[in-house]
Design a protein around this ligand. Structure first.
Ligand code: 13P
Ligand code: SF4
Length: 300
């Protein structure tokens, strides 16, 4: 019933629906493209539909709008925002640019358009190591997520990293003691973790990767049980792709991702709300690092 309604409205509005793995399973089921942040940014850059409905948080809709200034981009809930997206400030960026020579400002895509506009290149959790490795700069200011930044630092030797101290409240709340107790409850399980988690949680895990990489890992693993340290919305895709395997979530839900409900998607298409609006000068400044990410991230 919900799916039929969505299909009708999608045709009427010439819309494509993109959904992140963290939103409600019923919303993922109705979407045309479901994936991690990098996959969705590429899908947004390639669509030929006049309207993009982004089922995710504000920075995702903003990135889609930045890459598609001529298209209408809709968010089902205007208040769904990622708290980490604002955890860096313009003053620190300007100060470090003045003080540190040969510096690249690397901005996780989980950031406001204003922060992207102050950066040299964007990254997602699935391409951050590859992109930072490819930069010629000796010094890296990695904003806003310090946990992802530390994950990259450990894999890219020879560079000096600076951080703005941001974190994801959901992922950073997982402790290594949680992993220990889950391992005792499920001794045959492998631990799959997102790099937004703390360094000691990543070190206590069997595999660390983006949501898409976690799904791909679980699919090819010969194990049948997994402890999952990322937002539990990803269990919808894990269970769909890995029938017969069992998944035990550890991280709490992301309250903002969970604001995207089937009802809000229907309302969004019916009323054409809520449009993402960005001033063209600000969007142009944020487009440069995003396009550089798409270019560097897609290189073989
Ligand atoms: P990925 O989609 O890159 O795995 O990132 C997870 C996330 O926190 C998105 O908000
Ligand atoms: Fe932001 Fe964390 Fe929610 Fe992702 S899971 S949108 S990083 S608060």
């Amino acid at each position: 019933m919900f799916t039929e309604e969505i299909e009708k409205l999608k045709k009427r509005e010439d819309a494509v629906i993109l959904a992140h793995y963290y939103v409600d399973g019923a919303v993922q089921a109705a979407a045309d493209f479901v994936g991690d942040s990098f996959y969705l940014a590429k899908a947004a850059a390639q669509t030929d539909k006049s309207t993009i409905v982004f089922c995710g948080v504000r920075f995702m809709g903003e990135s889609a709008k930045i890459l598609n200034p001529q298209r209408r981009v809709l968010l089902p809930d205007a208040s769904a925002d990622c708290p980490m997206a604002h955890m860096a400030d313009a003053e620190q960026i300007a100060r470090l640019r003045a003080e540190v020579s040969d510096l690249a400002v690397v901005c996780y895509i989980n950031s406001s358009a204003a922060l992207k506009a102050l950066s040299d290149v964007c990254v997602t959790s699935s391409n951050a190591v590859k992109i930072v490795s490819s930069l010629p700069n000796k010094n890296i200011l990695f904003i806003p997520d310090e946990n992802l930044g530390n994950f990259v630092r450990a894999r890219v030797p020879g560079k000096t990293f600076y951080f703005s101290g941001g974190y994801c409240p959901a992922h950073a709340s997982v402790l290594s003691s949680d992993i220990e107790s889950e391992r005792s409850a499920h001794p045959a399980a492998e631990v799959l973790t997102h790099p937004e988690c703390r360094a000691d949680v990543c070190a206590a895990s069997d595999f660390v990767g983006s949501t898409a990489e976690i799904v791909a890992y679980a699919e090819q693993s010969s194990r049948s049980e997994f402890i999952v340290c990322t937002e539990p919305g990803v269990l919808y895709e894990l269970e769909r792709r890995c029938p017969g395997k069992r998944f035990y979530p550890v991280a709490p839900v992301c309250a903002d991702m969970k604001k995207i409900t089937p009802e809000s998607v229907v309302r969004c298409l019916e009323r054409g709300e809520y449009t993402v609006e960005l001033e063209e000068k600000a969007a142009a400044a944020a487009r440069r690092p995003l396009e550089r990410m798409l270019e560097l991230g897609s290189r073989k």
